[in-house]
Ligand binder design. Structure first.
Ligand SMILES: [Zn+2]
Length: 618
C-alpha cells in the first residue's frame, strides 16, 4: 500500500542523500489532482484559438491526464481508482468562474509557470517533472529533462581564467550563461501584476477550495480503508519512516538540555583552556565564568535562558538575542561559533554529538545551515578548515550555507564599501575553488557536502527601496539602507547560476537556492522565491495570496514549514496553515528550525505536529 500521509524522497547522490521531502500526504492523490489541475490549464489553451471548443467531461480529462504523466504515476494511480471510493463531477461549469475569466486566468497561470521554468532551468535547479510535461505540451517545444548529474569531469588543471564583471564572475573561455537583469525586472513586473489580477485571484481561490474539499471528501469516504492499508505495511511506523529536517540552523541544532550539559562538561574538562581574548589578554574558560559570577553548579536551563517564549512573539530582535547563553554574547562566541579563539572546537564537538544522535536513530537526517556573512574573503576557507580539522561529517547530514542579509550593519561599521564587495566575498572563493581545486583542497572537499544557499534575516523589517531598473548596481550600492529582499535573492541567484554552469562543466556538485521566504513581510518576497528558488522555508504568507499559493501548488515547490518556530515568532500554532496546505497538495516538509529555542527534550516537532493535527504516520 502506498498510502497515507508521509513519504520521503531521498535522492541518492554521492552515496548519501541529497534532498529531502518529508511529505505527509497521500502521494497518489496528490499526483492525480496535480495532473488534473495542470490539465485544466492545458484545455484552456486550445480554447483561445477555437472559441467554440467545449470543455470535455472531467472524467475524460482525468483519464487523459493519466496518459500524459510518467508511467510510475499511472501504475500507482490505477489500482487506487478501483480500491477507493471516488466522487465524479460532471457538467460543463467546472470551476465556478465565467468562461472568459477562466480562459484569461488559465493564460496567466501558465505564463507564470513558464517564467519559473525559465529561471529554474537556467540555474540548473530541479523543476517538477509533471508540471514540465504539461508545460511542454502547451509550449510545443521539446521537453528538456536533462539529468545534470552525469557529466564527465574536465581535467582539474584545465587552466581557466576568470574576470570580474559588474556583479558576477564571468569565466573566460567557457562563455557561461547568466541571467539578464532587464529581463528579470520585466518578469517580476508581470508576476506582480498577475498576483493582484481579480479574475485570476477568483479562479485560483476556487481551485484551492476545490482541492481542500476533494481531500475532505476522500477522508470521509476512505478513512477506514486508509488506516487498514497503513497497518498492512510491515516494519514501518511513525518512528521508522525516514525523516529529513530540511530547515534547521546548525547553531541551534541541539536542544537546551544538551547545550547545558555540554557547557557544564566543558567547565569541568577544560577549565584552563584559553577560550577568549579580552583586551589583548587570553581568558580561560574558568575566568570567563568567574567574570560573570557563575559556577557550573548555578547553571540550569532557566539561567541559560535560550528558550523562545511569549516575549519573542513578533520580536525578531529578542528572538535573535536568545542565541546568547545567559544573555552573554561571549558564551555564544565560545560555544556556538565556528570561527573563534579555539577554532570552533566546542561547537564542532556539540554538532558531532547531534550527528551521532542522528546516526543512532538511523531514520533522521538533517540539512544544517552554517553562516557565511560576506564580510571577508577568507570566511569560506576558515569554515572548510573547521569542518575538516574537527571531522564534522556525517552521512546523515548535509550543509546549507545561510547568508544573513546584514549589509547595512557592515556598511555602518565600514567593514564593506559596497554591496559588490559582499558578493565577491561570498562567491569569488567558490569560483577559485572550482577552477583550481588543488589550490583549495579543503574548500573543494567541503563544497562536495554543501547542498545550496539560504538567505536569512527578519523578513518583517521595513524595506525602503523597490528593486527596479533604476536600482544601483551592487558596485554602486553604497547607501546605508539595506538592499531589499528581492535584490539579495536575485544577485545570489545570478552568481549561483554562473557558478553552477562552471561546476557542471568541471563535473562538480551544483547548488540550489532555498531561502527563508514568506515568513513575514511583503508578499513580493514569495514572488522572488517562486521565480528563483528551488524550495523555500516557511511560506506562511501564501495563506493570504491565493494566486501564489496555487502557483506553488502547480509547480510543486517544496516548502519547509516549522509550526513550532512560527508559534514563537509570527503565528500561533492553531492558526498555522500547514494542515490546509497539506490537504490542498502543496509540497510540504516539516522542519524544526531551531531545536535550541523550541525543544525542551528530544520530543520533536514531528511528534507534536502529528499529535496536534491528527496526522497519521505514513
Ligand atoms: Zn530558520
Amino acid at each position: 500500500m502506498k498510502s497515507l500521509s508521509g513519504f520521503i524522497k531521498v535522492k541518492s547522490h554521492l552515496n548519501t542523500f541529497q534532498t529531502h521531502c518529508f511529505k505527509i500526504y497521500r502521494t497518489n492523490m496528490l499526483t492525480c489532482t496535480l495532473c488534473l489541475s495542470l490539465y485544466l490549464l492545458y484545455f484552456c489553451l486550445p480554447l483561445l484559438k477555437c472559441p467554440s471548443y467545449c470543455l470535455p467531461p472531467l472524467r475524460y480529462m482525468q483519464e487523459k491526464s493519466f496518459d500524459d504523466v510518467d508511467d510510475g504515476f499511472r501504475e500507482r494511480a490505477l489500482p487506487l481508482e478501483r480500491e477507493y471510493q471516488r466522487v465524479s463531477i460532471s457538467g460543463e461549469e467546472k470551476c465556478g468562474v465565467p468562461f472568459t475569466d477562466l480562459v484569461d486566468a488559465a493564460k496567466c497561470v501558465v505564463k507564470a509557470l513558464f517564467i519559473r521554468e525559465k529561471y529554474i532551468k537556467r540555474s540548473m535547479q530541479s523543476f517538477c517533472k509533471t508540471t514540465a510535461h504539461a508545460l511542454q505540451e502547451l509550449g510545443m517545444k521539446p521537453l528538456d529533462l536533462t539529468d545534470y548529474d552525469d557529466i564527465a569531469e574536465t581535467p582539474v588543471d584545465a587552466g581557466i581564467s576568470y574576470t570580474l564583471q559588474t556583479y558576477f564572475v564571468t569565466v573566460r573561455q567557457l562563455d557561461l550563461p547568466y541571467p539578464d537583469l532587464t529581463e528579470y525586472i520585466e518578469d517580476m513586473n508581470v508576476m506582480m501584476a498577475l498576483i493582484i489580477n481579480g479574475p485570476v485571484k477568483s479562479f485560483c481561490y476556487r481551485r484551492l477550495q476545490y482541492l481542500s474539499s476533494k481531500f475532505q471528501m476522500h477522508i470521509l469516504l476512505n478513512e477506514m480503508k486508509e488506516l487498514a492499508a497503513q497497518k498492512k505495511v510491515p516494519h514501518r511506523d511513525f518512528y521508522n519512516i525516514r525523516k529529513v529536517d530540511t530547515h534547521i540552523h546548525a547553531s541551534s541544532c541541539m536542544n537546551q538540555k544538551h547545550l547545558l550539559r555540554f557547557i557544564k562538561r566543558s567547565m569541568k574538562k577544560y577549565p584552563e583552556e584559553i577560550v577568549h581574548i579580552e583586551r589583548g589578554r587570553g581568558q580561560t574558560l574558568k575566568e570567563v565564568f568567574e567574570s560573570m559570577n557563575l559556577t557550573a553548579f548555578d547553571l540550569s536551563v532557566d539561567t541559560l535562558d535560550m528558550h523562545a517564549d511569549r516575549n519573542t512573539f513578533h520580536r525578531f530582535d529578542k528572538f535573535n538575542a536568545k542565541y546568547n547563553p545567559i544573555g552573554e554574547s561571549i558564551l555564544r562566541e565560545i560555544f556556538i561559533k565556528t570561527d573563534n579563539c579555539i577554532e570552533g572546537k566546542y561547537f564542532a564537538h556539540i554538532v558531532k554529538e547531534v550527528m551521532s544522535d542522528l546516526e543512532e536513530s538511523k531514520y533522521q537526517n538533517s540539512e544544517l545551515r552554517l553562516s557565511i556573512y560576506g564580510r571577508s574573503r577568507d570566511e569560506w576557507e576558515k569554515l572548510a578548515k573547521w569542518a575538516l580539522k574537527h571531522r564534522v561529517y556525517s552521512d546523515n547530514v548535509r550543509w546549507l550555507i545561510q547568508v544573513p542579509r546584514l549589509f547595512d550593519v557592515y556598511q555602518t561599521k565600514k567593514t564593506l564599501a559596497n554591496f559588490q564587495e559582499m558578493l565577491e566575498n561570498i562567491f569569488l572563493p567558490l569560483f577559485e575553488a572550482t577552477i583550481n581545486p588543488r589550490k583549495h583542497p579543503e574548500l573543494h572537499l567541503f563544497l562536495e557536502h554543501v547542498v545550496g544557499f539560504d538567505s536569512v534575516d527578519d523578513e518583517s523589517k521595513p524595506e525602503h527601496h523597490i528593486f527596479n531598473l533604476d536600482s544601483p548596481l551592487p558596485e554602486n550600492w553604497t547607501e546605508e539602507d539595506n538592499p531589499p529582499y528581492s535584490y539579495y535573492l536575485y544577485y545570489t541567484y545570478a552568481n549561483m547560476t554562473v557558478l553552477n554552469h562552471l561546476r557542471r562543466q568541471r563535473g562538480f556538485r551544483m547548488f540550489v537556492l532555498r531561502p527563508h521566504c514568506g515568513e513575514a513581510g511583503p508578499i513580493h518576497h514569495l514572488v522572488s522565491g517562486f521565480m528563483l528558488s528551488e524550495n523555500i522555508s516557511h511560506g506562511l504568507l501564501l495563506r493570504k495570496a491565493p494566486v501564489l499559493q496555487y502557483l506553488y501548488y502547480l509547480a510543486q515547490i517544496g516548502i519547509a514549514m516549522s509550526p513550532l518556530s512560527n508559534n514563537s515568532l509570527f503565528l500561533s500554532y492553531h492558526r498555522n496553515p500547514l494542515p490546509e496546505y497539506l490537504s490542498r497538495g502543496l509540497m510540504i516538509s516539516l522542519s524544526t528550525d531551531d531545536p535550541l529555542q523550541f525543544h525542551f527534550t528530544k520530543v520533536n516537532s514531528f511528534c507534536l505536529t502529528a499529535r496536534v493535527h491528527s496526522l497519521t504516520a505514513r
